[in-house]
Write a protein that binds this ligand. Structure first.
Ligand code: HEM
Length: 389
């Protein structure tokens, strides 16, 4: 399945592409960059790991997103799976006019006035959660009791659903995230189908309500689309919004406390929540020393690009004072993350608020990691809290 030349390459690929209970991909990325900066697996997938190549793939119009035509040709069973059909029809997997039409429908929900409203939602949620932390026994799992609920409340407001439906929606989108991995298992695909079976009618109902009574939230804005498109757009917002931003807040809380703006940027560089993107070539194109033919499948490792010593000296060291921009954590080109500003705003509110309330906070044990590749993230962050006197 993962074969490509010799056994050492297989070992690298196993560590880069397959989920494991405890996983640190960074040493394996380093080997890829040094030994196989452009690696083609026997299944024809090209893997790029150096900053310069990854940046080119994100911005060069010679690369397109995988779309329905690609899925029909390479995953012919995808239309038989409701989870795949709904999630892989969202705009991340569309190109050109189709993509633009869907992106234009979603974009007003991220306009500056909406972001100001959402920042207030984050602030209220932060204040509420901080109030509950002191009563919890040490160590407190800040992932479960802080990052996750704060992000969940904000994303619920973005979408336009009540905050108390957040926990259920969060659980329902988890299986969809597994579909982003390079090699989703049959069990993952079945779980995503079950989730979509519950999510779809909930979201269809929400869209119907907005058509009757318009509102200035994401559900309201996407209600101009076809039913299936609107449902996919809302699934995307829930899937793309929850765990990415939670991971960012978790990473910043675990980092040494310094100026928040810089900590957020360096955290996005050091361990980007979304580790990779995939593309296909529209035409022949040269990347580094390799000429790719039209129709080739390409994986760009964002996490590896950010540890490339050619771009960031001493890349494994967390250094908030370094110049990080341009970062690749939010992608680039036509698919640049629509929620980038929102994610940073959430982190820039939640992280200093916790550090001010509990200035002596320290890690009590290592976080646990989700068994995923593309959106790895943590499932716990136990920390000892020391309140301000
Ligand atoms: C796209 C990362 C937070 C919504 C993307 C892409 C990346 C990314 C790398 C490009 C995917 C590709 O090119 O294939 C992140 C990170 C986040 C974050 C690191 C947090 C730190 C959010 C949030 C939302 C969001 C909070 C809000 C719902 C989206 C959407 C797209 C996207 C809608 C698709 C854009 C398109 O296809 O045109 N994100 N994201 N993201 N993100 Fe985010």
């Amino acid at each position: 399945m993962l074969t490509a030349a010799g056994g050492d390459v297989r070992e690298i690929l196993r560590n880069v592409l397959l989920p494991k209970p405890v996983r640190d991909p960074y040493p394996w990325y380093a080997r890829l960059r040094q030994e196989h900066p452009a690696l083609r697996t026997d299944q024809g997938l090209w893997i790029f790991s150096r900053y310069q190549d990854v940046a080119q793939i994100l911005g060069d119009p010679a690369f397109a997103a995988k779309d329905a035509a690609w899925f029909d040709a390479h995953l012919p069973f995808w239309r038989d799976h409701p989870g795949m059909l709904a999630f892989l029809s969202c705009m991340v997997f569309q190109n050109d006019q189709h993509h633009l039409r869907l992106r234009r429908a979603m974009a007003p929900a991220f306009a500056p006035a909406r972001l100001r409203h959402l920042a207030q939602v984050t602030q209220v949620s932060v204040a509420e959660r901080l109030g509950t932390l002191e009563d919890r026994p040490d160590p407190v799992d800040l992932h479960q009791h802080y990052s996750l609920p704060v992000v969940r409340d904000t994303i619920c407001a973005l979408v336009g659903v009540p905050a108390d439906s957040g926990p259920e929606l969060y659980e329902l989108v988890q299986p969809l995230l597994g579909l982003l991995d390079p090699l989703p298992s049959e069990a993952t695909i079945r779980r995503a189908d079950r989730s979509a079976g519950v999510l779809r009618p909930l979201l269809e109902d929400l869209v119907l309500q907005r058509r009757r009574r318009p509102r200035d939230d994401l559900a309201g804005h996407v209600s101009i689309l076809r039913d299936d498109e609107a449902v996919s757009a809302l699934m995307l917002a829930l899937a793309a919004g929850f765990d990415t931003a939670v991971t960012l807040v978790d990473h910043c809380l675990a980092a040494p406390a310094t100026g928040t703006h810089r900590t957020v940027l360096e955290s996005l560089r050091h361990d980007p929540p979304l580790q990779l993107v995939t593309r296909i070539t529209r035409c022949a194109v040269v990347v580094g020393e390799i000429t790719l033919e039209p129709g080739e499948e390409v994986m760009a490792l964002l996490g590896s690009a950010h540890r490339d010593p050619e771009r960031y000296p001493d890349p494994d060291h967390f250094d908030p004072d370094r110049n990080t921009v341009p970062l690749l954590a939010f992608g680039g080109g036509a698919h640049y993350c629509l929620g980038a500003r929102l994610a940073r705003t959430i982190a820039e509110c939640a992280v200093p608020a916790l550090q001010q309330r509990f200035p002596g906070t320290s890690r009590s044990a290592g976080p646990r990691t989700a068994r995923r590749i593309t959106l790895a993230g943590w499932t716990s962050l136990p920390m000892r809290l020391a309140p301000a006197d």
